[in-house]
Design a protein around this ligand. Sequence first.
Ligand code: UT7
Length: 351
Amino acid sequence: MIRTKVLGLGSYVPDRIVKNEEIAFLNDQHVRQDTKQTETDDEWIQRRTGIAERRYVQNDGSVATSDLALQAAKRALADANLEAKDIDCIILGTLSPDIHFPGTAVFLQHKLGISQAGCACFDIRQQCSGFVYGLQMADAFIKTGMYKRILLVGAELHSHSLDFTTRGRDVMVLFGDGAGAMILGPMETDDPKAGVMYTSAHADGSGAMSLYLKIFQIANLPYVDYDARNRDENQTMYPQMDGKRVFLNAVRGMVMSTQAALEKTGLTWDDIQWFVPHQANLRINEKVAEVAKIPEAKILNSIQFYGNTTAATVPLTIDHWRQQGKVKRGDRILSSVFGSGFTWGATIFTL
Ligand code: UT7
């Protein structure tokens, strides 16, 4: 039987660390000012979200989402002992694409130097659930023999589309830039627990406008009708969130998908080394752990260091803790995610 194997893992975050203390003083060019630009502080952010710092790209126009994806992809390829030319399919999850179209996966393909070979490129738009949705796609492609070396990337450049004023503080303090990548390929085995054991993906479109970023409205003519530099007009440029509704649905979706993953596979927490939840808010993850009775020692978080990097959080968190020596090859991981859409899901796989 053909099953999907994780061949490599890599992640990348930009060098600039923005601590909670600094974020309140940044202007919209990410330059520290003498006076507070946003009414927020370290105490509020830590207590409500668990975030201490996040990473931002340099603000000189030289870095796009595909560049973050490229660095993570190179590290995952090196980890898999493969070269870019070995890849026959790219699946890229992002809510911060380089441009509106074409998708960011083709920019990544070109930057990897493999555009001549013409491999398939998919962009997926499942926001914080992008990694699990992408893994489900990759798993199906590999099991059917459609592709043999899939590069799955979650990459986000959030820092350019955040509102650095009190108006946008509920969302602005949460997000950071970063990328995580995985290489997946087939293996022949009779072990039903080997490799990618389980994936589930769900959505509830009635929650679509509880967390969204419009930028434009294609129904209107012209479809962009505000002055992006006018603060009284430009709220459409920034993400909007009904935080409490998202929070409650996130806890419910992640608990349900975690419990379903265990029920459907017949596994218990004794069979699983690590629980890696999406990193949106430490309080969400603590609540999920409490309700789903997840052993505390098995929970991995990285939101303290990176904030919410949306589609990148799961591979970034796993790679972070692998670099710290905690996660090892052969460990079995249960991951559950929730994001804008609403979308959610879970996966169980062996690293
Ligand atoms: O990746 C998936 C998508 N995202 C999520 O899952 C996020 C889900 N939601 C959340 O994490 C939380 O709802 C937030 C962290 C966004 C907000 O926490 P909360 O405990 O729900 O706070 P709140 O929205 O009820 O706001 C409480 C107060 C408000 O002030 P008033 O009305 O009580 O005077 C806010 O204006 O906190 C204020 N506030 C802030 N104060 C300081 C909101 N953001 C900030 C801030 N700094 N950054």
